[in-house]
Design a protein around this ligand. Sequence first.
Ligand code: G3P
Length: 225
Amino acid sequence: MELLLDTANISKIRKALDYYPISGLTTNPSIIKAEGKIDFWAHLKEIQDMLGKQRTLHVQVISPDCEGILKEAEALRSRLGEDVYIKTPVSKEGLKAIGIMSREGFNVTATAIYTTFQAQLAMLAGAKYLAMYYNRMLNLDIDADKVFRQVANSIREGNHQSKIVGASFKSVMQLTNAVEDGAQALTVPPELLDTVFANPSIDKAVADFRKDWIGIYGDKTLADL
Ligand code: G3P
């Protein structure tokens, strides 16, 4: 399983990289908007530097048409290097662009995926990651777990290289379900990762263990003995 960050906030990224086993980061125009009117390329470069060479960076295109998407892909590659993932919505135009970019050797992350067949088309077109919108599916009364399982099965049975990157998460249970459904990766806002630890039982367990220890050895750690 891979864990990616779904944010473009520099201080949140810095903190999350310190604490969590992160293997990449995704952005979209709404995530960029949340940062205000930033210098886009300087900001992306700073994120890329923080991520380093081992983690993946997935940046979403804006153009609605294939020709525009291809120009943006060239711009992304020339500014951020050939390892960058061109995050492309699976519209009809986007699907055409995904096929062309994949044949030309771009890394492509297909996104805005709400249905099984949309994901399967992107997979056949050569997308390396399939960003599937778990919570947005639920909001549309789409059975997200079923869609995730069907796509995971298609990948397995066809022996495809594409990976599901579950996205659009609003609860930790959604993360757990997506992994159980077969998602190979999750992209998650840092705030949601932090809620994993917003559980008083964890802190109580730590405090209780410490109290028992102090009862015997006093206020010392293993390192002090
Ligand atoms: O990468 C963006 C995707 O996660 C969408 O999230 O919260 O806008 O549904 P959201």
